[in-house]
Each structure stands twice: as C-alpha cells, then as structure tokens.
Design a protein around this ligand. Structure first.
Ligand code: COA
Length: 310
C-alpha cells in the first residue's frame, strides 16, 4: 500500500447486559466451570437474547461516535464484519446507516464474511478505500450474535462463544508515523473443520493446531512488510478464542503475556467483535498513542494481521 497513512479516530463497543457463567452451562450440559476455565480461560460471556447482530452493531457505532464526539454526517463508508446476520440482505452495514440517520448522504455500505478474521479484513478494505481518495471517513464494525448460531447441545463448542460488537472510525492521516501494514490471507476449508451449517460445527483440535501455527507466521509476515521489529510493537491485540492459544503464541515468540491484550475471561470468543472490543476497552483507559499489532484467525480458514497505531 503506497502512502499508507491511516489513523483511528474513534473506538467503542457494546455488549448485551445478560451474562452467562460457566456454572450456568453446567445446569443443562455435562460440563463444569473447572473444565471450561482450564481449557479455554473463559469464565463468562454476554448473551444477547432479543438483541440481534444489527442492534449490537448499531449500539457499538453509537458508542464509538459518542466516545470520539464525531460528526456522524462525515461518515461515507460503513463496513461490518459479521457471520451472524439473520438477513441475507440488506447488509448489517446498510441497516446501521439507516439507524444512524444518514440515508440521505452518499455512503457505501457492505458486510464482510471472514469469520473471526473479519474485522482485520475490514480494516484493510476500509484503509484501501480511504487511500483511493473516494472516501473520507470509514466506520468499521465487528458484530456477532454467536448465541444464535451455536448448537446449545454441543458442549465442545457452545461454551466457547459470546455476543458483542466493537467499532472504530478510520480516516486518512498526515502523520508519517501512522503507516499501516496488513497481511490477510486464507486457506480454503473444504473439509468442514470449522463450518456454520446452519450451526457451528468444529473439529476443535484441528482449529487449535491451525491457530498456533498461523498466528506466529502471520505476525512475522506483517512485521517483514513493515520497517518494524517485534520489539518496536507496544501491544499485540489477538483474537480471543482460547487463552491457551495466546499463551502458546507468546511462548513461541519468546514474548511476555504482558504484551498481549486479553479479555477472554469476560467475553468468550465474540468472533469478529473480539479485537475491536479489546481496543475499545484499552482506549477507554489509555489515551497515549501505541503501535499495535492485531492478529486474528478463524473459520474459512482465514487469518488477519495488521500493524496500526491506536
Ligand atoms: N465440558 C466437559 N468435557 C468436555 C467439554 C466440556 N465443555 N467439551 C468437550 N469435552 C470432553 C470431550 O468430549 C473429550 O472427552 P473424551 O476424551 O471422553 O472424548 C474431552 O473433553 C477432551 O476433549 P478435547 O476436544 O480433546 O479437548 P481439547 O483439550 O482439545 O479442548 C477445545 C477443546 C475446543 C477447548 C480446544 O480444542 C480449542 O479451543 N480449540 C480451538 C477452538 C477455537 O478456537 N475455535 C474458534 C476459532 S475462531
């Protein structure tokens, strides 16, 4: 990407109020808090009930706009990463436009399906469109109602996921330190290792192997595309699928876990929402600029790595 200067000017997230603990699962499945926590690092997750992927996306958008005191009328591009919309059309992004009251503006809206890597994919697409000069302000959202697509009888998958949404607003930057780099990719899963058809079906062990292999490789690759070394990165923001996967990446790359943002204990795996929720929580407490590396992986198979300032 030439002249690749992009800044994030707003962060926000939204999770439904209702919380489901590991003990809640033990009421209807043969499982335990001890099994779930030691195998995954998850203690609880938020579950939406009535609120759809669109509701979650809209609330995250509103919180992002409020947090950054942003003029909604400036937004001319909305991209939502999601795999859980009940509607094939309109897209979630299209309905967010309507709810934000900017239907009369010139806005391009669409959704991206790249499973848990979707948010990082969306960041690259949004950045490219901003750099093309055709758009000036991109609202990028990851929103998932995973509770609507899990098989509640399958104890090896339903305990992993949670609902929520996170968002950022991107603009072109003039600051030479705001260079962005992306390494997004995929490897076709024609064996059904992680499919949603119509509910989540997964070979957990195979997914685990894929994740611990691809994450360090993708981190290395995006670093090679940039002028930076691992030690130049302040924070790693990994997709939250399993704490053991993150610990394995840290060990593999000889990094302290302090370098990784983690909130899986509280939210579980919220798919494309996990990275923007982490970002929003972090930025609500830390205002100084940091160089971050985002790293996601997911069904497809897909992976996404990005270096951006936050
Ligand atoms: N509670 C209790 N026992 C459970 C259980 C649960 N919730 N889920 C599975 N088990 C049982 C299994 O039935 C199996 O029993 P068996 O030995 O009698 O057959 C045993 O626990 C071990 O299962 P296994 O699948 O080997 O566990 P694991 O250590 O591989 O952990 C996952 C399972 C799903 C936690 C792990 O494989 C994982 O996290 N994979 C990656 C998944 C992922 O990240 N997906 C999203 C990608 S974006």
């Amino acid at each position: 990407m030439k002249n690749n200067l992009i800044k994030i000017v707003g962060f926000g997230h939204y999770v439904p109020e209702k919380v489901m603990t590991n003990d809640d699962f033990a009421k209807f499945l043969e499982t335990s808090d001890e099994w779930i926590y030691t195998r995954t690092g998850i203690k609880k997750r938020h579950i939406s009930g009535e609120e759809s992927t669109i509701d979650l996306a809209y609330q995250a958008a509103i919180n992002t706009i409020k947090n950054s005191n942003y003029d909604v009328n400036k937004i001319d591009l909305i991209i939502v990463a999601t795999i859980t919309s009940k509607l094939r059309t309109p897209s979630v992004a299209n309905l967010v436009q309507a709810r934000l009251g900017i239907n009369e503006k010139h806005v391009m809206t669409f959704d991206i399906n790249a499973a848990c890597s979707g948010f990082v994919y969306a960041l690259e697409v949004a950045s490219s469109l901003l750099l093309s000069g055709n758009y000036k302000s991109a609202l990028v959202i990851g929103s998932e109602q995973m509770s609507s697509i899990v098989d509640w009888n399958d104890r090896s998958t339903c305990i992993l996921f949670g609902d929520g949404a996170g968002a950022v607003i991107l603009e072109k930057s003039n600051d030479e330190t705001d260079k962005v780099y992306f390494y997004n990719g995929s490897k076709g899963d024609d064996k059904g290792i992680l499919w949603i058809d119509p509910k989540v079906k997964m070979d957990g062990k195979e997914v685990y192997k894929f994740a611990v292999d691809i994450m360090p490789k993708a981190i290395q690759k995006v670093l090679e595309m940039s002028p930076y070394k691992l030690e130049d990165i302040d924070l790693i923001v990994p997709h939250q699928a399993n704490i053991r996967i993150i610990q394995s990446v840290a060990k593999d790359m000889n990094l302290s876990m302090d370098k990784f943002l983690v909130n899986i204990d509280e939210y579980g795996n919220t798919s494309s929402a996990s990275i923007p929720i982490l970002l929003s929580e972090y930025k609500s407490k830390h205002k100084d600029k940091k160089r971050a590396l985002f790293i996601g992986f997911g069904g497809g198979f897909t992976w996404g790595a990005a270096i951006m300032n936050i």
